[in-house]
Write a protein that binds this ligand. Structure first.
Ligand code: UD1
Ligand code: UDP
Length: 369
């Protein structure tokens, strides 16, 4: 933290906190002057403060407390708050990570000021323009000065859109840093399997929270039906740490959750990593969970029509099945024969240091290739 920061980090949701934690740690390690703006997009303890506590992150320097709203209102309120702070702090660079409304707000506010913008996890594309995340990430890439692409594939997507190569830095994804920094801790500290009474490799893990899956009753119902059929075929139970958005929709739609799916509260990071690492299969619509499953060597089935993480499919770690119940079953059955020997395509866990080095904030000797 600093009164006169070189870098301002904008974050607002669970995945941003998790994936920016290694960047914040690296700033601390190198003595870089930074400050953190929390937009308040996520505010429930289970999506927010639990990660600050567990990952031992300092309190944000600024908390905008924006909360939930329509896309335009939420983004606009964030932009106003972020601009005021940037005018006051005049940093060299603002860093945003991912594709949420907090990212879009940080990017747009920064791009109109004489401050450089760095986009971590640049160049991801689902090519599905109906997704709000696709708008957010595409706009952010096009106004960004430093585009930290996790893979050569994401670099290529940017080049295909006419982005000049000198703005692109392939660094890997900071999610690898996060997994490496917390995997051992999870093994030592988490007792989630005991608390839930499940054995390693004898349960499946489900997460589903995407607007396109849970905001439409029929699609959400189909998705749950598919997962229950997989549970029946595998004679196993699925554990579903449910995001508040999905929980609200279950209640609004009065959907009955099949018996083989056990709803639990959203988990902290060490418990969730333990569940991922111990599951026989992961069914998800989450971006971060697709990556982590791939990194941890656990087969993944993605309950979407497309993915902006094609690398996970290319290496054989992930299957894209949508929400048709029989497609979900076929996808899950196909994982039984998989060898789980793919190579993680998202880098070697030095993404955070490479990002700070590209910004000329950390010494080259610290960058491990
Ligand atoms: C947002 C991101 C999504 C990301 C997800 C990570 C956008 C457009 N979407 O989706 O890309 O995958 O975060 O989890 O930025 N709610 C709570 N408590 C909270 C936050 C939200 O109860 O702390 C409920 C509210 O009912 C709210 C709903 O969840 O209306 C949706 O929240 P919102 O932040 O709009 O989107 P997410 O679904 O969380
Ligand atoms: N996660 C968590 N607890 C949970 C579910 C997810 O800690 O109960 C973590 C997960 O390990 C990953 C991130 O949250 O790092 C993914 O966030 P989410 O699925 O909300 O968003 P997305 O990645 O789809 O944007």
């Amino acid at each position: 933290m600093s009164a006169d920061p070189d870098v301002v980090i904008v974050l607002g949701t669970r995945p941003e906190i998790i994936k920016l934690a290694p960047v914040i740690r690296a700033c601390e390690e190198f003595g870089i002057a930074y400050s953190v703006i929390h937009t308040g997009q996520h505010y429930s303890d289970s999506l927010d403060s639990v990660f600050f506590d567990q990952l031992e992150l300092p309190e944000p320097d600024h908390h905008l407390g924006i909360g939930s709203d329509t896309h335009a209102k939420q983004t606009a309120k964030m932009m106003v708050g972020i601009e005021e702070i940037l005018l006051e702090e005049e940093p060299e660079t603002v860093l945003v990570q991912g594709d949420t409304n907090s990212v879009l707000a940080g990017a747009l506010a920064t791009s109109k000021l004489e401050i450089e913008l760095g986009h971590i996890e640049a160049g991801l594309r689902s090519f599905d323009r109906s997704m709000p995340e696709e708008t957010n990430r595409t706009v952010t890439d096009h106004v960004g000065d430093y585009l930290f692409a996790p893979t050569e594939q994401s670099r290529q997507y940017l080049l295909d859109e006419g982005v000049s190569d000198d703005r692109i830095h392939v660094t890997g994804n900071t999610v690898v840093d996060a997994v490496q920094q917390n995997r051992e801790l999870a093994i030592q500290k988490s007792d989630v399997l005991g608390e839930l009474g499940v054995q390693p490799n004898e349960f499946g893990l489900l997460t589903a929270h995407r607007a396109e899956n849970v905001d439409e009753k029929q699609r959400f119902e189909e998705l749950l039906e598919g997962v229950s059929r997989v549970a029946a075929r595998f004679e196993t139970e699925f554990v579903y740490p449910i995001h508040p958005r999905a929980q609200n929709k279950l209640e609004t739609f009065e959907l009955k959750v099949p018996d083989q799916i056990r709803l639990i509260e959203p988990q902290d990071y060490l418990d969730f990593l333990t569940l991922e690492n111990s599951a026989s299969v992961i069914l998800t619509d989450s971006g971060g969970v697709q990556e982590e499953a791939c990194i941890l060597g656990v087969p993944c089935v993605t309950l979407r029509e497309n993915t902006e993480r094609p690398e996970t499919i290319d290496v054989g770690a992930n299957r894209l099945v949508g929400t048709d119940p029989e497609e979900i079953v076929d996808g899950a059955l196909a994982t039984v024969d998989s060898l789980n020997e793919w190579k993680n395509p998202f880098g070697n866990g030095t993404a955070s240091k490479q990002i700070l080095h590209a910004l000329s904030l950390s010494p080259a000797t610290e960058v491990l290739q």
